[in-house]
Design a protein around this ligand. Structure first.
Ligand SMILES: Cc1cc2nc3c(=O)[nH]c(=O)nc-3n(C[C@H](O)[C@H](O)[C@H](O)COP(=O)(O)OP(=O)(O)OC[C@H]3O[C@@H](n4cnc5c(N)ncnc54)[C@H](O)[C@@H]3O)c2cc1C
Length: 467
């Protein structure tokens, strides 16, 4: 082990935590990954529980994915740089280019096996508290070590729970961003006695059969769930902030014109006790259920930084390049915070940067410069009219690329050590969901794959849309 090796705790064994473990080990660090669930994969570890007792909260479920979910990012880009996401050899999986969620979980498990990561992972281990061993000012070398307290469960839910504490040189927070529901505030919402849930708790459409359902929000989950529901529900009413393209997911206008029971509305003005939902244009319907597809909040309940890192309206600050809190860097860092980036490739680049900074192979700018950079980034977003809650959403490819170059060096984050473009599969059609990111990645990768297959890229792109 290198003399600059550190004892590092990674919180979370989703793709961000696992790739952090791999990169940290490559750099010679001693890694422990603590994962509260009984398996690795994070969001991709499908959990059929629907949080019936707390449909607007989390009530224990970590994963927000629903039964029918297929990736809306193609195999070629949804892969670690040196571990291609090929269909399984035995033909038991889903070989499509946009496969179902279980196929991606299989890939994540294969990644763990290939790089021997499981011996670093402690499953059923929930981190309860991360705090500095001794809080020292940044100009006095900053925080050097962290105390991590966790509870560990053996066996099933009934198993014995043990709580313990351990000191680490560094902590990588990789707990994801899609678990804590973000809810709107709507007049009468508290009084509305019918079924309300967040998309976090949605699993399957069956229980909405013949019902009138309002879906709030029309981004990937909102459009996906609406299209699934309209096959069983009597009517599905999608409520959007505005009729601008940014608020209505690409393809949804056409979908609405094709499905007699799918309707598009502006925002909800109020909800009444008798089941009425009134929209801002004065129109109203009586609904059986409302599903909020309104996104998620960052949440780090275990993190005690003495106020040096705060989360305000989904802005985590200050964070240099969405990774290092300047005053606590490099011993505390975050992997997996940016949204709308290519996952897991971007997180891999972040993890490599973290590993190299911790070993001393790369250095960070002075604390004051990192702070200035983080503040300038936030100010620039504000000047551009980006709401605070979208601070970490990479607005354009150039933003992601700029940030990625800084993190990954001149090679950037899109190029891996080797190409991960797998063989083109027979089924290239996109799933219902499609995102702006996806469209860009699909265009890039379909060109690459079409090239491999000797096909003109346009032939694949024409097959992209689907009801
Ligand atoms: C509905 C849905 C669809 C999506 N579709 C796509 C897609 O098609 N393509 C794509 O690229 N991305 C998609 N994503 C985004 C997806 O979340 C990311 O691709 C990626 O899986 C995020 O990985 P992560 O490791 O950052 O977080 P997560 O997968 O959320 O993993 C975080 C891990 O941290 C653990 N954890 C949390 N708190 C603690 C604690 N206190 N102690 C110990 N462990 C803890 C959790 O149990 C979890 O295992 C989708 C997300 C959702 C919700």
């Amino acid at each position: 082990m290198a003399s600059s090796s550190k004892k590092v705790c990674v919180v979370g064994a989703g793709v961000a935590g696992l790739v952090s473990a791999r990169e940290l080990r490559r750099e010679g660090h001693d890694v422990t990954v603590m994962e509260q669930s009984g398996g690795v994969g994070g969001q991709w570890l499908y959990d059929p529980r629907t949080d019936a007792t707390d449909p607007l909260g989390v009530a224990g479920a970590q994963s927000s994915i629903y039964a029918s979910l297929r990736l809306n990012t193609p195999r070629e880009t949804t892969a670690f740089s040196d571990f291609p996401f090929f269909p399984s050899n035995d033909g038991t999986g889903d070989a499509r280019r946009y496969p179902v969620h279980a196929e991606f979980l299989r890939y994540i498990r294969d990644f763990c096996d290939a790089f021997g990561l499981m011996d670093a992972v402690r499953l059923n281990t929930k981190v309860l508290h991360v705090g500095p061993l001794a809080l020292r000012a940044a100009d006095d070398g900053g925080v050097k070590r962290w105390t991590v307290r966790w509870s560990s469960r053996h066996g099933d839910c009934e198993g014995e729970v043990v709580t313990a504490e351990e000191v680490f040189d560094a902590v990588v927070v990789a707990v994801g961003q899609n678990t804590q529901p973000r809810l709107p505030t709507i007049n009468g919402m508290d009084m509305w006695s019918r079924r309300q849930l967040h998309s976090h708790s949605y699993r399957a459409p069956d229980s909405f059969e013949d019902q009138v359902v309002v879906v709030v929000g029309c981004h990937p989950s909102g459009s996906d769930i609406s299209l699934e529901l309209c096959t069983v529900a009597r009517d599905v009413h999608i409520s959007v902030k505005s009729m601008d393209d940014g608020a209505v997911f690409p393809g949804m206008r056409q979908a609405v014109s094709r499905h007699h029971n799918l309707h598009l509305h502006l925002q909800i003005d109020s909800m009444c006790e008798d089941g009425q939902v009134v929209f801002v244009d004065g129109s109203s319907i009586v609904a059986d259920a409302v599903i909020y597809c309104t996104g998620y909040d960052y949440l780090f309940p275990f993190l005690d930084t003495g106020g040096l890192v705060t989360v305000d309206d989904n802005r985590i600050s200050p964070l240099f390049e969405h990774t290092f809190p300047p005053a606590l860097a490099p011993s505390l860092c975050f992997v997996g915070v940016p949204k709308s980036v290519v996952v897991p490739r971007f997180y891999e680049a972040q993890a490599r940067w973290v590993a190299q900074v911790l070993s001393g192979r790369k250095s960070l700018p002075p604390v004051a410069d990192m702070l200035r950079s983080a503040e300038e980034y936030n100010r620039a977003r504000e000047t551009a009219g980006v709401p605070k809650r979208l601070t970490t959403t990479s607005s354009t490819w150039s933003t992601a690329t700029r940030s990625g170059r800084r993190i990954a060096g001149s090679r950037g984050w899109r190029t891996g050590r080797t190409s991960s473009c797998g063989p083109p599969s027979k089924e290239c059609a996109m799933p219902r969901r499609a995102s702006v990111t996806t469209t860009a990645t699909a265009t890039l990768s379909s060109r690459a794959c079409a090239h491999r297959a000797g096909l003109p890229a346009g032939r694949r792109r024409r097959r992209k849309t689907r009801g």
